[in-house]
Design a protein around this ligand. Sequence first.
Ligand code: PLP
Length: 394
Amino acid sequence: MIKSDDVIYMDNNATTMVAPEVVETMMPYFSELYGNPSSMHTFGGQVGKEVATARQRVAELLCADPSEIIFTSCGTESDSTAILSALQAQSDKRHIVTTRVEHPAVKNLCESLDSLTGHKHRVTQLHVESDGTIDLKRFEDSLQDDTAIVSVMWANNETGVIFPVEEMAEIAKSRGILFHTDAVQAVGKIPIDLSKATGIDFLSLSGHKLHAPKGVGVLYVRKGTPYAPFVIGGHQEHGRRGGTENVTSIIGLGKACELATRHIKKENTTVRALRDKLENGLLKTIPNAILNGHKTQRLPNTANISFEYVEGEAILLHMDRFNICASSGSACTSGSLEPSHVLRAMGVPFTAAHGSIRFSLSVYNNEDEIDFVLEKMPGIIANLREMSPFWHNR
Ligand code: PLP
């Protein structure tokens, strides 16, 4: 039963609740265990041990080696580090391949490279199909002799569409090109095995997307990959990222990764079933509702649905009256009335792109919440359409 003050949180691609077990694991490191992990004394050393455990837990989730894990401040820093590092390490190569649907952490960085590095770069932003997927042949054709790095997200934050990054990375590897994947939305939701996906050189993840706190991330760097630090300072992270470690959050992230390793099956069974019930229910009961993104090649938690002829922002405001949290476009692009660059790249018509809502679930959602949303949404959309001249003149 949903009570009037319950928050129905379906915006997990924007950020997630910190898991209670994660909070509990972090607490002692705010108070009694406040030592610096780099200190020589035992007091600091025990914190250092916990950071090592966290590194081990992250590595296990990714099937990687702990030495390949660098803690950063967020997904954005990890993305910047990977791309700038690849360019710095191969200064003779000036071409980058990415997609038109990347998160601004990659998209805007690639668009500002010339001013950041003082060199001219050519950036190929690959087109996507109308269902958000990518054409592998077009990708292969885009690679050039001086391509320094390919940066392609594992899963899209707005539509949940999954790209075949393992295959793409193999292709890049066969051409001697470094491969980075922004896996911020994929980690914890779909299995990732970097011991098999050997073409992937760099991978970014972010704590707050998998029930750890905000302000902590990871950059995975495969052993042997040329690397230049982005944050230059002390010897922390073996000289690969300066700055005293965000110990509490790192320890929290380690715990969250341990939970994610345990929950990955649930994501693909329980969460997927809830998402499918929500998605099918909305598409069935609301006329002119369209799913954005490939039907199956998609994260199990995400449904991006356009309600034609109404404004996404207006829908969100009406949902908010029932404490239902979702997004229109990504959290970073909402706030502007421009339709999202992702939906535009997919060629979603104007009347649909403006009315798109992203529902993103987690293991903390339940069936009562889905039923509640399915009960409220048809009325919200019908009321807004009643006031919409676009709906009446369609
Ligand atoms: N990449 C993707 C795909 C994202 O969804 C996000 C956040 O929304 C980021 C990168 C940025 O991560 P952070 O907020 O940790 O900087």
